[in-house]
Design a protein around this ligand. Structure first.
Ligand code: UD1
Length: 430
């Protein structure tokens, strides 16, 4: 199994191209099930989660072709992928597939809307928490779906004549349930209003693509989304928006090591709260024509407190990385996680590098240390794993990160992007 070997101490200087967002690509790919026409997605990142979803969509009957596997050496990693689901050959998403990637549960929305039924395995828990699906069930029921749980599966059926528009106010913000309800409502009879919707940029990106396919959606990106149902959707061509989590991760890496890096093909408006927190640590962040420039010169790392929140708050997907950065701050900082109940598994691994962190409920107290020392560490989940990379970049000596498959789910060519900026990072295959 691959591991990542990091020898810390180098500053980062250069340009890092930011990939298309994993968390936008996944729902966009799933949206292709809503039409018998071809949906073409540009700027799709080459990630293990995308490959897994390609297999899952294939199981439902999607015909998928990939172009531009690697555009120009060192310049662009983006791929264009064509998805055509002329016929849905199966409305069942089996446990073996759904358990490998939670987001594949989201196929329930398009399958139910287009075919009137879906049998989708419950995803089960995952390392960062129990992650229930009650909001999906309630939301789809508000569109008239009948939902039963049978043998670990959700059996959803639409009434004769299809789903009907309805009104549903989420009691808690959920990105995935907002995606699913929005997709299902595009083909419902009448108008659906979703209240307390997730406002994440990926929701707005999905709505933009659905509208290009002929849907009638307004308000995506705000707390209230209105969807006027249409009879059918057509194909479209859509470019996946930049990955704000990857952007924030590399910005924090530079804030950690010092240096001067341009993050290319990204957009600061996607992560203002996170960039503001990074600025407060002492890094300078400015906009360039094609992205963002992050500079940290001699200044040390100032301690900054953060609380994770749904967008536009500080993203939970950057919490672990920010903790990595805070391990070397010049004082005491606090990080409070409000989205997932068990998202602190990186704490024990960061401690192996010499970090001083104590946990009290959902809040971590980080006492900055002047030196971290490299050690073997283990990745526990996607974002936690990259926090170990950030710490390793500033640790003395060698840090060996195992279980790298977590990183490969969400970070495209991480070692290559960092190496080109002067870091000492390599993949070691056993
Ligand atoms: C998405 C992102 C993930 C990110 C998360 C929060 C993708 C592929 N994944 O995950 O990277 O960390 O948003 O920004 O886009 N909940 C319920 N009942 C439900 C659904 C959710 O209680 O039916 C809870 C969850 O357990 C969690 C909270 O709501 O505590 C937010 O989860 P949600 O926004 O749904 O996360 P995902 O869409 O799974």
């Amino acid at each position: 199994m691959d591991r990542i070997r990091i020898v810390g101490g180098n500053q980062l200087h250069g340009v890092i191209p930011i990939s298309g967002a994993k968390n936008a690509a996944l729902p966009l790919m799933i949206a292709s099930l809503l039409t018998d026409d071809t949906l073409t997605l540009e700027n799709v990142p080459h990630l293990a989660d995308v490959e897994q979803l390609i297999r899952i969509l294939g199981n439902h009957g999607a015909d998928i072709s990939v172009n531009g596997r690697r555009e120009r050496q060192g310049e662009s990693y983006a791929r264009t992928i064509h998805f055509t689901s002329r016929n849905i050959v199966s409305t069942t998403a089996p446990y073996e597939l759904v358990s490998k990637m939670r987001a594949s549960f989201w196929v329930i929305g398009p399958l139910l809307a287009r075919e009137g039924k879906a049998r989708v395995s419950l995803p089960g828990g995952c390392a960062i928490g129990t992650r229930p699906v009650d909001l999906f069930i309630e939301g789809l029921a508000a569109l008239g779906a009948n939902i039963e749980i049978d043998g670990g599966y959700i059996d959803a059926t639409a009434p004769e004549g299809g789903l009907t528009g309805g009104r549903y106010v989420f009691p808690k913000v959920s990105v995935g349930a907002t995606h699913v309800l929005m997709m299902a409502a595009t083909l419902a009879n009448g108008t659906t209003v979703i209240g307390n919707a997730a406002r994440e940029p990926e929701v707005a990106d999905l709505a933009k693509c659905l509208n290009a396919m002929g849907a009638k959606i307004t308000g995506a990106g705000t707390g209230t989304i209105t969807i006027e149902g249409v009879r059918s959707l057509s194909g479209a061509r859509h470019r996946v928006l930049p990955d704000r989590i990857e952007t924030g991760t590399y910005a924090m890496a530079v804030a950690m090591t010092g240096g001067d890096v341009i993050l290319e093909d990204t957009d600061s408006s996607l992560l203002e709260t996170a960039l503001e927190a990074i600025r407060r640590t002492g890094a300078e962040i400015s906009e360039t024509n094609s992205g963002i420039r992050v500079v940290r010169n001699r200044a040390g790392i100032r301690p900054v407190d953060i609380v994770t929140d749904p967008f536009p708050g500080f993203p939970t997907d950057l919490q672990a990385q920010f903790m990595g950065l805070m391990t070397k701050s010049s004082g005491v900082s606090h990080i409070t996680e409000t989205i997932f109940e068990n998202r602190f598994m990186h704490v024990q691994e960061l401690a192996r590098l010499g970090a001083k962190i104590s946990l009290s409920g959902q809040t971590a107290k980080i006492e900055g240390v002047s030196r971290l020392k490299g050690a073997p560490v283990m990745a526990t989940d996607l974002r936690a794993s990259v926090s170990l990379v950030i710490a390793g970049l500033a640790a003395e000596g060698e840090t060996m990160v195992s279980r790298v498959y977590h990183l490969d789910r969400g970070f495209e060519r991480l070692e290559e992007k960092l190496t080109r900026c002067g870091a000492h990072v390599e993949r070691v295959s056993d």
